[in-house]
Design a binder for this molecule. Structure first.
Ligand code: AMP
Ligand code: GLY
Length: 423
C-alpha cells in the first residue's frame, strides 16, 4: 500500500518510522517531512492545507491511504474534502471529519460536548464580543487563577492563566478584540484545576476504540515546570501514577462517553483522540481534547506500541478495530527534546547538527531539521526528540540525557529534569 503522511515534526518522524516497519506499507511519502522522515520514505514539497494540491499528488501517485499528523488540515476539513470527491472517496483518511476535529478546533464546542455527555471537566462560561460586560462581571466573581481559552486554534498560545482578576479582565477584553484573530472571537473562561496532568490516546473508528499507551509530557520550557509554555520539552510512558484503577476511571467516565457522544451526534471519526487529563486528588478531569497524536508524546507512545500501526489504520477503515488487541512494550520509554536557544520565543535556524552518528543506543526522531547539502541543520524551535528505553524510567532517562549531551548544535538547550515529578 502506498501511503501519504502529512506533517513535518517529531510526531511525524515517529509515525513514519513505525509505518515503514509494516509489511502492508510498500512506499511512504511524507509531506513536507524533515531530515529524519527522508530516512523512512520520500519527502515531498506540498502545502498540506491546500487540498487540491494534496488531491493531485494522491491521484498522480496512486496513494491508497492518507495519514494526517497535525490538526490544521483536519480542522480545515481534509477528511470531508476526500469523502465529497468521487475520485478520492475510497481512499481512507486517518483523522476525523471536520465536525469531529471541532473537539480540538473549538474549545466552546468541546466544553458543550463534555457537558452534554456528562464528562468530568472544569466548570466554564463562554463569552463573545456581544457579552464582554457579562464576561468581565463573571471574572469578578471567580477565585483566581483565572483560565482564559481562545475558542479556536491559536498555535498553542490560546490558553492564558492569570493570577489576578484585573489582569484576567484586561486579557478577556484583548482576546475578544482580536488578540488571536478570529480564534479569540469567542473565549471560554473556566475553573482552574490543580493536579498532575497526563495524556491518554485513543484510536477510534467512531464506533469502537482501542487505548494506546499512556504518556506524560513536559510543556514548560524551564526545569521544575517553570517558564513559558512550549509544544513540549520531553515525555515519558508509561506514567507511574496512572495505574489500572485510574485508567478504569478514565475509560468509564471519559473514553466511553466520548465515543458514545460521537455516535449520538453521528460524527464520523476515524483517527486518534488525544485526551489531555488532569488528576485532581485521584479523579480524572478533561483539560482538552486534540484530534491528533501529541508531540512529543508520540515519540514515546509509538515506540512502545508492538502492533503493526498500518494494520490498525486499515482496521479503522474496514470495521475490524474491535478485533484487535493493543500490545505494548512494558519497558519505560522517555524522550528529551533538544531545542534551539531562545525557543519558544525568538530563535535562530540553520545551525549544523553534529554528532548524530555517535548515538549508540536509543532513537533519534527529527522535529525541526532539514537537509542542506550533506549537512543536517536546524529548521525549527524543537529540533530533535531523543527517545530511549529502560527497565526503569531512570535507566531510560539516563540514555536520553547522555544522547542529549552528545548531539550538538549552536544554542542547543534541553531540560535535564524530565520525569522529575514522577520519581
Ligand atoms: P491546553 O492548550 O488546553 O492544553 O492548555 C494548555 C495548558 O494550560 C494545559 O496543559 C494546562 O497545563 C493548563 N490548563 C488548561 N486548562 C486548565 C485548567 N482548567 N486548570 C488548570 N490548568 C489548565
Ligand atoms: N504535547 C502536547 C501536544 O501535542 O499538544
Amino acid at each position: 500500500m502506498k501511503i501519504l503522511l502529512l506533517g513535518s515534526g517529531g510526531r511525524e518522524h515517529a509515525l513514519a518510522w513505525k509505518m515503514v516497519q509494516s509489511p502492508l506499507c510498500s512506499k511512504l511519502f511524507i509531506a513536507p517531512g524533515n531530515a529524519g522522515t527522508r530516512l523512512c520514505g520520500e519527502n515531498i514539497s506540498l502545502n498540506i492545507n491546500d487540498f487540491n494540491a494534496v488531491k493531485s499528488f494522491v491521484l498522480s501517485n496512486e496513494i491508497e491511504m492518507v495519514v494526517v499528523g497535525p490538526e490544521e488540515p483536519l480542522v480545515l476539513g481534509i477528511y470531508d474534502f476526500f469523502k465529497q470527491d468521487a475520485s478520492l472517496q475510497n481512499i481512507p483518511v486517518i483523522g476525523p471529519s471536520k465536525e469531529g476535529a471541532k473537539l480540538e478546533g473549538s474549545k466552546a464546542f468541546a466544553k458543550e460536548f463534555m457537558m452534554e455527555m456528562k464528562i468530568p471537566t472544569a466548570a466554564y462560561q463562554e463569552f463573545n464580543g456581544q457579552n464582554l460586560k457579562e464576561g468581565l462581571a463573571y471574572i469578578a466573581t471567580q477565585t483566581p487563577p483565572i483560565v482564559l481559552k481562545a475558542d479556536g486554534l491559536a498555535a498553542g498560545k490560546g490558553v492564558v492563566i492569570l493570577p489576578e482578576i484585573e489582569a484576567a479582565q484586561q486579557e478577556l477584553s484583548e482576546m475578544l478584540a482580536g488578540k488571536f484573530g478570529n480564534a479569540s472571537s469567542k473565549v471560554v473562561i473556566e475553573q482552574f484545576l490543580s493536579g498532575i496532568e497526563f495524556s491518554v490516546f485513543v484510536l477510534t473508528d467512531g464506533n469502537t476504540y482501542q487505548i494506546l499507551p499512556v504518556a506524560k509530557d513536559y510543556k514548560r520550557v524551564g526545569e521544575g515546570d517553570k517558564g513559558l509554555n512550549t509544544g513540549g520539552m520531553g515525555a515519558v510512558s508509561p506514567v507511574p501514577f496512572v495505574d489500572d484503577e485510574m485508567m478504569k476511571k478514565v475509560e468509564d467516565r471519559i473514553i466511553i462517553p466520548t465515543i458514545n457522544g460521537l455516535k449520538k451526534r453521528n460524527i464520523e471519526y476515524k483517527g486518534f483522540v488525544f485526551i489531555g487529563l488532569i488528576s485532581v486528588e485521584g479523579e480524572p478531569y478533561v483539560i482538552e481534547y486534540n484530534c491528533r497524536m501529541g508531540d512529543p508524546e508520540t515519540e514515546v507512545v509509538i515506540p512502545r506500541l508492538e502492533n503493526d500501526l498500518v494494520d490498525l489504520f486499515v482496521a479503522l477503515n474496514d470495521g475490524t478495530l474491535a478485533t484487535k488487541t493493543i500490545q505494548s512494550n512494558p519497558d519505560f520509554a522517555t524522550t528529551i527534546m533538544l531545542v534551539s536557544g531562545g525557543y519558544p520565543e525568538h530563535y535562530e535556524k540553520g545551525k549544523k547538527v553534529q554528532n548524530l552518528e555517535a548515538i549508540e543506543k536509543g532513537l533519534v526522531f527529527h522535529a525541526g531539521t532539514t537537509q542542506k547539502d550533506t549537512d543536517i541543520v536546524t529548521a525549527g524551535g524543537r529540533v530533535l526528540a531523543l527517545t530511549s528505553f529502560g527497565k526503569t524510567m531512570e535507566e531510560a532517562l539516563s540514555i536520553s540525557n547522555k544522547n542529549a549531551d552528545t548531539i550538538d548544535f549552536e544554542g542547543k538547550y534541553f531540560r535535564k529534569d524530565i520525569g522529575f515529578d514522577l520519581q
